[in-house]
Design a protein around this ligand. Structure first.
Ligand code: GCB
Length: 602
């Protein structure tokens, strides 16, 4: 009985509250809930509100009409107007737009249900973890609300220890991808608003107290000192010993957690083989708490700037990059390891050592693969165009998304840049918003570089990169579309750029559309020849940009966008890809490939 009470106390505390993110899910004891789920399209939210708009999950005893009750009539006379088990099925993870033709443009509410059995042993705890749900999720297990979550590209988890049963659990989620002005991103983006449970759903089993999170990276600028922390969930002071070992480096550090369950450490090691594109070395790291071992594969490198140079492990590098959206070839959200391999293999074929994962945190599979392949990564949050910079809730939302991305990915050596925003219009409110994000990022992770994709303006014929926010950034990145949204390609060589900042400069976007297979003269828009010429001319101009330290042309693959409507050419796709959505390379791909091959030899 005592055991039961302790367990109940331990678990009920967490229900309904925002819960700390569990990191390194791929290496924990897990059960996947991926697969086929039932769904109900609910544009009027009939399963969420009564006819007088009472929210069912706020009622003391929610009516059987609440879809999260997954109710079935007990006799032939009873009125029940929904049935998950007789409703259609969909693959999870997966967006609904690309799986169900009638949902291609749907923006609204859909309910999802998965039934499962789970034999949770005494003293064990269970969590349900969502890689991402776009955009809002209300989550229920066995009719009990676990919580709600906002933000379409970041993970979250809930404890379900006291709710889960050995048989016939039903996990029900209402997903709403309606766009709102105050959301992050806001209503206007140049990408598809894929709705649904777009990343893996996983049950995580843990002991009563366990390693929730840790940070194991090199100290800023020091290639011989590993520093970080280990954080215990539900810390029990009678068991406070934590061991961090890296067998290959003969490191076996033993530390004691303080009262808040955290161990902070610094571990010197002179023999580290440093992570780089040429040597993407990952070490097996084992964290042992109370006999419970959690493994990870971690690379060690430093990343800094010195004047206008980017230094990886103390040596100057040039970022040969490409921008990538999280979309797979069929037109749908990418998530799997295969999707990641396909995208990153193309980037490697192009000659890249770096990728800009635009415009939101991508799935963990692609980040982990980049770590293995030695591709450096720019990770960003969807503070895109005109988010509501004056709205405190919007700020908090953006900051939460950033915190979560950093929590999930801070042990990945590949991530060298956190980006705060993309092409945001300048105002005092926007400057404060971004500066606050920068300060927040530094408080969580002072080892990486901070940037944002900026806009520029013309001063006496020179493109000026002088956005005030540049003062707060380590890298000055800017997007420019010479020859597409303006400017004359013939004069590209005579187009100059300048910046008051003595910092590394990255061209975070440039490019133009081409319909793969459409040919013509180099001055005919939408042809492969036009795009090819645009790349040739832009590169001549880009070479002369002061402090140039890298580029990430827009974009690797054509991607869906509801803003791109030209029949016969765009048909709902942004065609700036160097590769078409069906996987065919365009002429400009080879221009970029040659340029990177030459750059690599310099
Ligand atoms: C941009 C945006 C990107 C768009 C691109 C375009 O500047 O950052 O999201 O897709 O231009 O194609 O216009």
């Amino acid at each position: 009985m005592k055991k039961l009470i302790t367990l109940l106390l331990l678990t009920t505390v967490f229900i309904g509250q925002a819960q700390n993110l569990i990191s390194n899910v791929p290496n924990r004891t897990t059960t996947s809930l991926n697969g086929v789920w039932n769904y109900i399209i609910d544009p009027y939210q009939t399963g969420f509100y009564s006819f007088h708009l009472d929210q069912y999950d706020k009622q003391e005893k929610p009516s059987n009409g609440a879809f999260f009750n997954n109710y079935h009539a007990v006799n032939k006379q009873e009125l029940v107007e929904y049935d998950f088990d007789k409703s259609p099925k969909i693959n999870i993870p997966g967006d609904w737009n690309s799986q169900v033709p009638e949902l291609k443009y749907y923006e609204g509410n859909i309910w999802f249900k998965k039934s499962f059995d789970y034999d949770l042993k005494d003293k064990k705890r269970l969590f349900v973890y969502f890689g991402a749900i776009n955009y809002k999720a209300d989550v229920y297990l066995n009719g009990k609300k676990l919580g709600n979550h906002e933000g379409g590209f970041t993970p979250f988890n809930y404890e379900v220890t006291s709710i889960v049963k050995p048989k016939d659990n039903y996990l029900v989620i209402k997903v709403d991808n309606t766009r709102h002005k105050e959301d992050v991103p806001t209503i206007n983006t140049d990408w598809w608003n894929y709705g649904g449970i777009t990343r893996d759903v996983t049950l995580i089993e843990e002991n009563g107290s366990f390693v929730e999170d840790y940070n194991i990276q090199l100290k800023k600028g020091n290639t011989a000192l590993i520093s970080g922390f280990v954080k215990i969930n539900n810390f029990n002071s009678t068991q406070n010993q934590v061991t961090v070992s890296i067998p290959e480096l003969k490191i076996n550090y033993k530390g004691k957690a303080s009262a808040d369950g955290t161990v902070n450490f610094e571990i010197p090691s002179k023999k580290i083989s440093l992570w780089s594109s040429e040597n993407p070395k990952l070490y097996e790291v084992i964290i042992d708490y109370n006999g419970q071992k959690l493994k990870d594969n971690i690379g060690f490198r430093t990343i800094e700037t010195q004047g206008d140079k980017i230094l990886l492990n103390g040596k100057q590098i040039f970022l040969r990059g490409i921008s990538i959206h999280e979309e797979n070839a069929k037109g749908g959200r990418a998530n799997s390891e295969e999707d990641a391999l396909r995208l990153l293999s193309w980037a490697q074929e192009l000659g890249c050592n770096y990728v800009r994962l635009a415009h939101y945190p991508h799935n963990e599979n692609i980040i982990r693969l980049a770590d293995k392949l030695g591709l450096m990564v720019w990770e960003e949050i969807p503070v895109y165009w005109t988010v509501e910079f004056t709205n405190e809730k919007t700020y908090q939302n953006a900051q939460d998304q950033l915190t979560t991305a950093i929590t999930r990915d801070k042990n990945r050596a590949c991530i060298i840049i956190w980006s705060m925003a993309n092409e945001t219009p300048i105002s005092d409110a926007r400057n404060t918003f971004i500066k606050n994000l920068v300060t927040h990022t530094k408080s969580l992770d002072n080892t990486r570089l901070i940037s944002a994709a900026l806009l520029t303006h013309n001063v006496n014929g020179v493109g000026m990169i002088d956005d005030e926010i540049g003062k707060s950034l380590d890298i000055i990145a800017f997007n420019q579309y010479l020859g597409w949204y303006g400017g004359n390609l013939e004069n590209a060589e005579k187009t100059f750029w300048d910046t008051p900042y003595n910092k590394p400069v990255i061209v975070s976007e440039f490019g133009g559309d081409a319909k793969q297979g459409f040919h013509g003269e180099k001055n005919e828009r939408w042809t492969e020849e036009y795009q090819e010429y645009l790349y040739i001319q832009n590169l001549k101009m880009i070479e002369k940009i002061p402090h140039l330290s890298g580029l990430s042309p827009w974009i690797l693959v054509d991607f869906r966008s509801p803003k791109r409507l030209l029949p016969g050419i765009q048909d709902g796709y942004n065609r700036k890809g160097l590769i078409s959505n069906d996987g065919n390379k365009k002429k400009a791909f080879y221009i970029m490939q040659d340029w990177y091959a030459k750059k690599k030899k310099e």
